[in-house]
Design a protein around this ligand. Structure first.
Ligand SMILES: [Zn+2]
Length: 313
């Protein structure tokens, strides 16, 4: 058993544990293949032999050779699994995110490589399917980036109250109280868009809490819709959107404090990162690490898909 009581629970122990490449290979194998038994990516057969000097498998049926990295976020990466696993540990446990510069210094790869690795890790953090939220659900939108933070306070507030978007990217979010959060980049905060988002993410019949923004009007037929008017008050009994607003403030702290600026093209992946840590907030570092590692398979992101959009964070 690769994941047992001896599995590292701290960063210090993780560094030591992951220093053995064979240990790393066994960890990844146990996460991506059932019982850790290698499956040939070419013919899907499990009769293989492990070539211990090169640390790869050879399929007895089709004779193809493959490493544990094939078909995962690690595919075609020359970076060793020791560094990959540490990067996953650091990103999944850092409450306010961790910049590619920090990863570059901590594990000894270039900043550019660290940046690319982190986008692949965010891909593993992304939830594959959307299971709808239910019960008491708060919905809201926010704006990320742009130049509003440099504006005079009153002007900024006017823009934000008016749901304006001077160079900003709109994000919709829904949070199940005491539960999960879902968020994604949206094109507009108009009624059509927000109604579609709510219906896609929130189970019909749930209690829905929003602020007074007019785009939320007309959802009463499908939801028990309660509105808190922020120009008057922020809480009335259980009517508030404090949960999703707390998520927004965590997200903004991460983006402003750690990533500094995020291109709209990449924002979705930073959202995935923040959502992952938020949903796993009651887990410990080891559990958050294992959760990401279990999702490395079947996901690919090539450098070409990101090139041209590279930013510093
Ligand atoms: Zn094969």
């Amino acid at each position: 058993m690769v994941i047992d009581n001896n599995f590292p629970a701290t960063l210090q122990k993780a560094v030591k544990h992951f220093s053995d490449e064979l240990v790393c290979i066994n960890i990844v194998a146990s996460m991506r293949w059932s019982n850790g038994i290698a499956v040939c990516p070419n013919c899907k057969k499990t009769e293989t032999s492990f070539l211990s000097t090169r640390k790869i498998w050879k399929c007895k049926a089709c004779k193809k050779q493959f490493s544990v990295k094939v078909g995962t976020i690690f595919e075609a990466s020359p970076i060793g699994l020791d560094k990959w696993l540490l990067a996953i540990w650091l990103l999944s446990s850092a409450k306010n995110g961790i910049s590619s510069y920090e990863i570059h210094r901590a594990i000894g790869v270039t900043q550019k490589t660290a940046w690319f690795m982190m986008h692949r890790i965010r891909l593993a953090m992304a939830k594959g399917s959307i299971e709808k939220l239910s019960g008491e659900v708060e919905a809201d939108e926010t704006f990320i980036g742009g130049k509003a933070k440099n504006m005079h306070k009153h002007k900024r507030e006017a823009i934000i109250k008016g749901r304006g978007s001077v160079g900003k990217t709109a994000v919709f979010g829904a949070l199940e109280r005491k539960g999960r959060v879902l968020a994604k980049v949206i094109e507009s905060t108009d009624r059509k868009t927000l109604h579609a988002e709510v219906k896609e993410k929130v189970e019909t019949g749930s209690s829905l809490f929003t602020d007074e923004w007019r785009s939320y009007r007309g959802l009463d037929a499908d939801y028990i819709h309660e509105v808190i008017n922020h120009s008057i008050e922020y809480v009335r009994g259980n009517i508030h959107t404090n949960g999703i607003e707390n998520f927004w403030s965590l997200l903004k702290r991460t983006i402003r404090g750690t990533y500094v600026s995020v291109e709209p093209f990449h924002l979705g992946r930073y959202l995935d990162e923040q959502i992952y840590r938020f949903d796993e907030r009651k887990s410990n570092d080891k559990e958050r690490f294992i959760g990401v590692l279990k999702a490395v398979s079947g996901k690919r992101l090539t450098y070409d898909e990101l090139r041209g959009y590279q930013t510093s964070g």
